[in-house]
Write a protein that binds this ligand. Structure first.
Ligand SMILES: CC(C)(COP(=O)(O)OP(=O)(O)OC[C@H]1O[C@@H](n2cnc3c(N)ncnc32)[C@H](O)[C@@H]1OP(=O)(O)O)[C@@H](O)C(=O)NCCC(=O)NCCS
Length: 295
């Protein structure tokens, strides 16, 4: 087994990956030109000096600080024709636990049963399926008249935090019995606070009078616009506020990016129906799995 930590020279892994000729092993390394602090790279050999499978356990410092235990993410298992996903997943888990990780998340495309079954064999359990929807940024958006929407100002933050705390109960954090509910609420409060403090390019707020009743947070990433978060107060749902926020965001994105991307849980039927009426189409589906280490 090959196990590298930050500071180690990744050249050995590059060389082994190059010799296999399996493109996905190289692609994974390309995404991690240097390993982030606390992260690990775990690879398996094929007995003939070549790499047969490779993964990264990425440290999640933000989640770690909120949940109070070392948390990591396996973004993908890359397995060559001679490799074993199950052996790789088990090796990554063993090494991560040895280095103090207490909670791991992992992602795999829904159609990639090899990875999903390997993760299950290594003790991971399904938490949610996330779909990514996309549309071109150009075209009409038709912001409805009659709904006041303007950029967030600092006074809005307590109301936006309160709304965020419970709006995303379909997410993997709330689904996982190993993660305390109060901490998951806190994570979503901090998420919108960070968006308001500059992570988002703009946060648009829908109002009843001056009081916020919903918001949409828009990011710009490379050439893409990203709808990072959208939420409407429970009492105001079903009254076209979400639609008005979406339309305002599309208007804002129109001249700033080429494509707009949004991710949500596949069982968030209301949100998916809303995005589809704006011409978004589902482009990919990924399963998220978690594994927590007791003790
Ligand atoms: C998703 C959310 C933002 C939608 O806001 P909303 O104000 O309730 O939505 P609207 O009233 O504007 O309805 C927009 C569309 O959603 C769909 N919709 C609304 N209510 C629905 C329901 N009960 N069932 C199915 N679809 C529904 C419809 O397509 C509707 O368009 P239409 O009225 O033209 O048919 C809101 O439900 C919410 O805050 N949910 C919790 C947070 C969340 O899940 N965010 C999305 C994560 S990315």
């Amino acid at each position: 087994m090959l196990c590298l930590a930050p500071g180690d020279d990744l050249a050995a892994a590059w060389e082994l990956a190059r010799r296999t000729g399996v493109a996905s092993l190289g692609h994974l390394l390309e995404r991690f030109p240097a390993l982030p602090e606390g992260s690990l790279l775990v690879g398996l050999g094929d007995g003939a000096g070549r790499l047969s499978a490779l993964t990264v356990v990425e440290a999640l410092p933000w989640d770690t600080s909120i949940f109070g235990m070392a948390m990591g993410m396996i973004p993908s298992l890359e397995v060559g024709p001679l490799g074993s996903g199950e052996r790789l997943a088990r090796a990554a888990v063993d090494e991560a636990i040895r280095r103090g990780f207490r909670h791991l998340s992992a992602r795999a495309q829904v159609e990639d049963r090899g990875s999903l079954w390997a993760l299950e064999a290594a003790g991971f359990r399904a938490m949610d399926v996330v779909v990514e929807l996309q549309r071109e940024a150009g075209g009409e958006s038709a912001v409805p008249v009659g709904q006041a929407i303007d950029p967030a100002h600092p006074d809005d933050l307590p109301a936006l935090e309160a709304l965020s705390a419970t709006a995303f109960e379909r997410s993997r954090y709330f689904a996982d019995p190993a993660l305390p509910r109060e901490a998951s609420e806190e994570l979503h409060r901090r998420w919108i606070a960070n968006d308001c403090r500059g992570r988002a390019a703009v946060v648009l707020v829908a109002r009843d009078g001056r009081a916020p009743i919903g918001y949409i947070a828009c990011l710009l990433r490379d050439d893409n616009g990203v709808i990072d978060l959208i939420a409407v107060q429970p009492e105001a749902r079903g009254r076209q506020v979400g639609r008005a926020l979406c339309a305002a965001a599309l208007d804002w994105f129109r001249t700033r990016c080429r494509k707009i991307v949004v991710r949500t849980q596949i069982h968030n039927l209301r949100a998916i129906a809303m995005y589809q009426t704006f011409g978004f189409r589902i482009a990919a589906a990924q399963m998220t799995l978690h594994r927590s280490q007791r003790g």
